[in-house]
Design a protein around this ligand. Structure first.
Ligand SMILES: [Zn+2]
Length: 255
C-alpha cells in the first residue's frame, strides 16, 4: 500500500488504467541499477525518479565537465569536476527524499559487474562504450536480470530490452557480437550529438523500463524483449527491429 502523500504525488499515474495502484506499487518496489549518468542517463534518471521507482543504484566513474551541460540535464555549473554518480544522488535526494538511492563512483568491469548489479530487478545501460555494455549484458544474463540498453549518437538513438536468460530470447551480445569486446568506441566528442536527441533516447528508455517493471502487473507491461527501437531525430522517424538469438552467443548460449 502507498502512503497518502504518495497517492497524491502519483495521482496522474494511478488514474491511468495501464498503471493503476498496483502498477504504482510495483514501481515503488522496483530496484533499478543505472549504468552511465550522461546524456541518456540524466533524463532517464529524472523520469524514473519522477515515476516513483523505489530503489536506485547510480553507477558512473566520470566527473562532470562543462561540455556535458549541453545535454546532461541533471547537472549544473556548480557540479563541474565533481563525480557524476555523487551529484546524481544529490539530485535524487532533493527531488524525492523517499527514494532509496546509492551512488557508485566506479567503472564496471569483468571483476565487479556481477557483484554490483546483483539484487536489482532491472538494469538500465546508458553508458558510452561497448566494453562496458557487453560486460553489463553478460552480468545481467548470469544474474537473470532484464536489461534495457540505450545508445545515442548525432541524430540517431537505439533503445532495446533484453532478457537473454529466458529461452529463445536474445541478449545484447547477440545483437552486437563480440567485435567491440575490448574496444572503447566512445566517439561522441568527435561526431557531436544533438542534446535533445539524447533526451528522446533517455525518456524512451524510461518508458521501456516501465514496461518491463509493469510486466504481468498492469496493462502497460509488454516488455518487448528482443526488440530494438531505432529513433531518427532528423527525419524524424521510429522503426522497430527484431533481434534474433545467436545460438553461438558467448553471453547467453546454453552450451
Ligand atoms: Zn546472446
Amino acid at each position: 500500500m502507498l502512503a497518502p502523500d504518495r497517492l497524491v504525488r502519483f495521482a496522474r499515474h494511478i488514474v491511468l488504467p495501464e498503471i493503476g495502484g498496483a502498477g504504482q506499487v510495483a514501481l515503488a518496489q522496483a530496484s533499478v541499477a543505472l549504468v552511465g549518468l550522461g546524456g541518456i542517463g540524466s533524463p532517464l534518471l529524472q523520469y524514473l525518479a519522477a515515476a516513483g521507482v523505489g530503489r536506485l543504484t547510480l553507477i558512473d566513474d566520470d566527473a562532470v565537465e562543462a561540455s556535458n551541460l549541453q545535454r546532461q540535464t541533471i547537472f549544473a555549473e556548480a557540479d563541474i569536476d565533481q563525480p557524476k554518480a555523487d551529484m546524481a544522488r544529490e539530485w535524487v535526494g532533493r527531488f524525492d527524499n523517499a527514494i532509496d538511492v546509492a551512488a557508485r563512483v566506479m567503472r564496471l568491469g569483468r571483476e565487479n559487474a556481477t557483484a554490483e548489479l546483483a539484487g536489482h530487478s532491472l538494469v538500465l545501460d546508458g553508458c558510452d562504450n561497448f566494453a562496458t555494455r557487453l560486460t553489463v549484458s553478460d552480468a545481467c544474463v548470469k544474474l537473470r536480470i532484464p536489461l534495457v540498453s540505450a545508445a545515442v549518437g548525432r541524430f540517431q538513438g537505439q533503445v532495446g530490452a533484453f532478457a537473454g536468460h529466458l529461452p529463445g530470447q536474445p541478449c545484447y551480445r547477440c545483437f552486437v557480437g563480440d567485435a567491440f569486446d575490448a574496444e572503447d568506441c566512445d566517439s561522441c566528442a568527435e561526431d557531436g550529438m544533438l542534446g535533445a536527441m539524447a533526451g528522446w533516447a533517455g525518456t524512451f528508455a524510461a518508458l521501456q523500463a516501465m514496461r518491463v517493471i509493469l510486466d504481468g502487473v498492469a496493462g502497460l507491461g509488454d516488455p518487448r524483449f528482443g526488440k530494438l527501437d531505432v529513433l531518427d531525430g532528423l527525419a524524424p522517424s521510429l522503426r522497430t527491429i527484431r533481434i534474433a538469438k545467436d545460438p553461438a552467443c558467448a553471453g547467453c548460449s546454453a552450451g
